[in-house]
Design a binder for this molecule. Structure first.
Ligand code: MG
Length: 258
């Protein structure tokens, strides 16, 4: 069952999103060779709590971190810790924030210093796919339209869509219906309606699409060891069009909502 949100409820998710974006910006300024993912996690947790909010991932099904920090061939769900960033790494940072009972979820993959041309194309392509997906978040479109534009853009660039991990509805819970695959056929699936709020998150590998689970039972890696990228927004479908509720692409992090 898809739980639709009123405009006031979407404003509350946006308010969680403002804190999330400020956290992402704080971490963006810290990502450099020599920094550990544990240090990034500690900075994120301290900042989120200082804003009167909670890190949504901490304790979720026993997850120990406040962020997910996933380098290189790790696609998602990396437990932050002793891993020290090196020049040329890619690092996906995924953040969830709960404010007044409403959740926002977003991710961004960073280049640590200069990276190879293929890595930079992977980042650019995955981010572009996310923005194309946002453009499909209009009342009257279908879920398959969202999935399809992601798949088409990524595969045209010669990369692969991870099949076993998907985006999701979001609201009072981090994971609500529907599931949002990053592949699919246009004009299929549920009809999009005003008030739906989605966490859209293309997960892309430079090689094949198979994955494996790490020894800690959390981290998900590309099975062939190829580089991975992950970008995510929480997006509200409104009468005025798509509303990005976690605008990490805007330096200010958006305006605080009521
Ligand atoms: Mg998510």
């Amino acid at each position: 069952m898809i739980l639709k949100k009123s405009p006031a409820e979407i404003d509350r998710i946006a308010a969680a999103g403002v804190i999330l974006v400020r956290t992402m910006n704080l971490l963006a300024a810290k990502v450099r060779p020599g920094v550990t993912t544990g240090q990034l996690d500690a900075a994120a947790e301290k900042f989120i709590r200082s804003q009167g909010a909670e890190p949504a991932f901490k304790g979720y099904r026993g997850f120990p971190g406040s962020i997910c920090a996933s380098p290189n061939s790790m696609i998602v769900h990396g437990i932050p810790g002793r891993y020290k960033l090196a020049r040329g790494d890619l690092l996906s940072i995924d953040i969830g924030v709960i404010r007044n009972g409403w959740v926002a979820d977003a991710a961004r993959t960073f280049a640590v210093g200069p990276v190879t041309p293929i890595a930079s194309k992977l980042l650019r392509t995955t981010e572009e796919a996310l923005f194309l997906a946002v453009e499909q978040c209009l009342p009257g479109r279908r879920l398959g339209d969202v999935s399809h534009v992601i798949q088409r853009h990524v595969e045209e660039a010669g990369f692969s869509i991870v099949r076993t991990l998907v985006g999701h509805g979001i609201g009072r819970s981090m994971h609500e219906d529907p599931q949002i695959p990053n592949f699919g056929a246009p004009s299929t699936g549920i009809l999009l309606e005003e008030g739906m709020v989605f966490a859209i998150e293309p997960m892309v590998t430079a090689g094949r699409h198979g994955v494996r689970v790490g020894e800690d039972q959390w981290a998900i890696y590309s099975e062939d060891g190829s580089l991975a990228a992950h970008f995510e927004f929480t997006v509200g479908i409104t009468a005025a069009g798509p509303r990005i509720l976690t605008p990490w692409h805007e330096a200010s992090g958006g305006r605080a909502a009521a």
